[in-house]
Design a protein around this ligand. Sequence first.
Ligand code: UGA
Length: 441
Amino acid sequence: MKIAVVGTGHVGLTTAACLAHVGHDVLGIDDNPEKVDAIGRGEMPFYEPGLADIVRAGLASGRLTVSSDVAQAARFGEVVFVCVGTPTRDTGEPDLTQVDRVARTIAENLDGYTVIVEKSTVPVGTGERLRRTVEVTAPETAEFDVASNPEFLQEGYAIRDTLEPGRIVFGSDSERAVAVLMEVYRPIINRSDCPVIVTDIATAELIKHTSNAFLGMKISFINKIAEICDRTGADVDTLAAAVGMDPRIGRDFLRAGIGYGGACLPKDVKAFAFTSEKLGVDSLLLATIDYINRSVRGRFVERIAEALIDPVDKRIGVWGLAFKPETDDLRNAPALDVVRDLVSMGAVVTAHDPVAMGDAKALLPDIAFADDPYDAARDADCLVICTEWDIYASTDLARLRASMASPLIVDGRNIFEREEMERAGFRYLSVGRPAVGVNPG
Ligand code: UGA
């Protein structure tokens, strides 16, 4: 099938490359010509394990091509996936400017029956808005349907999640559109045997926002419980493991830490709260998820400051800047707030991240960067862990301790066992677990 994908962000580029990988002819489109040229040369605009290989293979086979001409989308594809950004404004209101613009360009260039699929995460009602925009812009003879096909991929696992999804959701009131989408996904459904949920557009849109809000709720929930653990000497990791054994609750997304970041959960929780209020449904629960998530970062910094007694001129090493491991994505990364707060308190920060330091240099101009985790911690009064990259968990603790001015670690992701920290002679503060060698903050 001939498929166009508009937008080459995480969702768009992964979708384009994976659909080419399973045998379709795919045109990936982005209105940024430099980005398109780079992708055409096989250079990835962001770090995602395995993506470069699959994109390069698609380009080499000719099944994946790229263009910066959005008008090509409807002319090329029987199906056009809209994967452009849907940022939120400060109020939480989703900004649908890019979706609207792309919808108009698709409409002006419709050529034969086309299924226009919204894949970006959007508030409920956007599919209907897309349909109306296309309807008023397209020539009267144009034949099209609109569908929603929300994406559930996690950064760092984008290829796996796309080729072996846990579920596929099609929202449309057109049987013809659903049949076309079935054909698009047939190779993926066959190889992964995943369930397909066919529903109306509004339900599909809500499935996505509900999923991300629920994940955010689990994280904020456990982070609040971690605060109670900190006051009582209980251990949140043991607690979460036991609570998660109940299949009604589930083990995943109960890792206490410094909260969720990234391009999706923070934005989607806020957008869902905004939409809910707009529909006349109070957003207390959703707003509280966001409130807790923002407050855990501040609380973490307070605990670092308390452990240092006075952060002014203290040397702090920071491990991990990306919002989670296996990505270079710094959007809404808790580490950015933590580092900025520490700097504003007068601390001298040196940071390390295995892949996110390039972009971080522009965002954190007041700190130093080290190419090696041990160098970031050298002569430090405190080491702060913000992202649970695997390389940090396999640290040579004796070497680390010897290089630091003071053996204090404040771990925002609970990557170490308390006993191993005690044995290695560290003062160790983590999240929701009793402190080692220092009074709990
Ligand atoms: C999230 C969802 O997990 C995907 O299903 C969804 O498709 C995607 O958003 C999207 O809407 O596009 P992602 O943003 O890649 O995926 O990140 P997650 O893996 O969900 O992690 C989000 C944040 O939660 C990270 O900062 C992570 O450190 C944090 N987290 C996660 C915790 O603090 N505790 C946990 O137990 C799990």
